[in-house]
Design a protein around this ligand. Structure first.
Ligand code: SF4
Ligand code: ZN
Ligand code: ZN
Length: 336
């Protein structure tokens, strides 16, 4: 049997996207050209831009860093690339994955900046989970990460942030928003460029790239990535939707792309959804761009402070100084 693409070499894999046998060289070529095509047709970058690659050390962002570096050279995009990582402060997970990002930095020669929740917000995720438990942790983490990326990219004077969201992630998000009736998010979830109305646009060159192909590419190219899941990852709802898509894919292999295409066409009340997104102002607490008077991160931080205060008992301790009648009072705080 011959490779379906070059019709010369012996096929080494079955390509997930097409189901056809293909040799590795043709697979690399098709994979890279398709991402280049997505970048060009959607005008994701302009020559001379400073672009931050959101890097977590996972498979998507590792392949993203590698591909962006390759395509930038091969097609002369003329971009200044940076790796930008967020340290959520999760011991045993993020500290290990950041070591992988440092390896990417050294392997690809791209400068790396790390921003941490502790520095930006005064809390690590470990401390937040200790305070709030494992129910809403990903909501806190998601809001903080989004803002941390924007702050890091602004610090680096970047023009935009590029993220490794792949076709499977996007299909899951579309379906989740559809099932929840969240049309504001549904509108945004298929956008290849988001955050245009704010300071820092985010772009997704892997919008049409299958997760299985990213894994295959990383594996055969021997790219080093971190594959452990976050220790605080419940995300049950996304898990159900992922399983549903996997079941549907077994019946109809084009399910992921079909959902994305449906999401692109099925935009309900687009103007109303966008009008809501466009009202932007500065947060009255931190000054960062926000759609409300107080940004989501500050609102969550306020919530955390209130919870912390509640967990602290204050009482007045009165002591008599030795051999005198003099008394001193002292306010004692105990964290419970
Ligand atoms: Fe943060 Fe949740 Fe992701 Fe862990 S799983 S990194 S807590 S968003
Ligand atoms: Zn071939
Ligand atoms: Zn704020």
């Amino acid at each position: 049997m011959k490779c379906f693409t070059c019709n010369e070499k012996r096929p080494q894999i079955k390509r997930p996207k097409t189901g056809k046998p293909i040799c590795l060289d043709c697979f690399y070529d098709c994979f890279e050209k398709e991402i280049h095509h997505t970048i060009i047709t959607n005008e994701l970058f302009k020559k001379g831009e400073r672009v931050c690659i959101a890097a977590s050390g996972g498979k998507d962002s590792t392949v993203l860093a590698y591909i962006m570096n390759e395509l930038n050279k091969k097609y002369d995009y003329g971009l200044d690339l940076f790796l930008l990582s967020v340290d959520e402060g999760i011991v045993g997970y993020r500290d290990d994955s950041l070591e992988t990002v440092k390896k990417n930095r050294d392997d690809y020669g791209i400068p790396l900046e790390i921003v941490s929740y502790k520095d930006l917000y005064g809390w690590t995720m470990d401390e937040i989970v200790k305070m709030i438990g494992l129910t809403n942790n990903c909501t806190f983490c998601g809001v903080f990460r989004r803002q941390a990326l924007e702050r890091g990219a602004t610090f680096l004077k970047a023009d935009k942030v590029v993220t490794g969201h792949n076709a499977d992630d996007i299909a899951e998000t579309v379906l989740m928003n559809l099932l929840r009736g969240d049309y504001h998010r549904l509108t945004k979830s298929v956008d290849i460029i988001t955050g245009k109305e704010g300071n820092m646009p985010r772009v997704k060159p892997f919008k049409y790239t299958y997760e299985k192909e990213i894994v295959m590419y990383a594996y055969h190219k021997k790219l080093v990535y971190f594959s452990t899941e976050c220790i605080y990852s419940p995300n049950a709802y996304r898990g159900y939707v992922r399983e549903l898509i996997k079941d549907l894919e077994a019946q109809r292999p084009s399910t992921v792309i079909d959902i994305i295409h449906s999401g692109e066409k099925l935009v309900i009340d687009k103007n109303q959804a966008r009008a809501k997104q466009q009202i932007k102002r500065n947060c009255s607490i931190c000054g960062f761009m926000s759609s409300n008077n107080v940004c989501k991160a500050c609102a969550l931080l306020e919530k955390l402070s209130k919870m912390k205060a509640k967990k602290t008992i204050e009482y007045e301790e009165i002591k008599t100084i030795n051999n005198t009648n003099e008394k001193i009072s002292n306010v004692v705080k105990i964290e419970i």
